[in-house]
Design a protein around this ligand. Structure first.
Ligand code: 5GP
Length: 113
């Protein structure tokens, strides 16, 4: 399992705009935002994609789902955002370190592309 740019961001070897951090995860601004608010919530542990999770990752994943609404609230889009998680190349995943996108701050269309 090889590291991605996100491991280096989490270790603060390369810069990012950190919005939230705790023992299990971090939240940063996306470098290429697709909405006025576009945040990535990333586990510190390198889980490559949701479908590759291990039984022991359950606590981290549950924790992240509880952090996401807090970060959204902090960034002014509480209760009004889209959560996206691309699992695999065909879904659009480009960085193989699991992450959730929080998108908001504008009206979002459906269905997505
Ligand atoms: P994916 O396509 O894997 O679901 O999402 C990867 C996301 O990571 C993209 O939205 C992309 O803009 C973002 N990203 C890629 N490299 C960097 C980086 O170095 N810094 C930050 N902040 N975001 C990045």
């Amino acid at each position: 399992m090889s590291e991605t740019i996100f491991s280096r961001i989490i270790r603060k070897e390369i810069p990012a705009d950190f919005l939230y951090e705790d023992e299990h995860c971090v939240a940063i601004r996306d470098l290429n935002p697709q909405a006025p608010v576009h945040i990535l919530v990333i586990p510190r542990k390198l889980i490559p994609q949701l479908s590759k999770q291990k039984v022991e990752d359950k606590e981290i994943l549950g924790h992240i789902l509880s952090v996401i609404p807090l970060v959204a609230e902090q960034e002014g889009i509480g209760g009004e955002y889209r959560l996206v998680m691309n699992d695999g190349v065909k879904a659009g995943q480009t960085v193989f370190h699991l992450h959730f996108h929080i998108l908001g701050g504008r009206l979002l269309q459906w269905p997505p592309g």
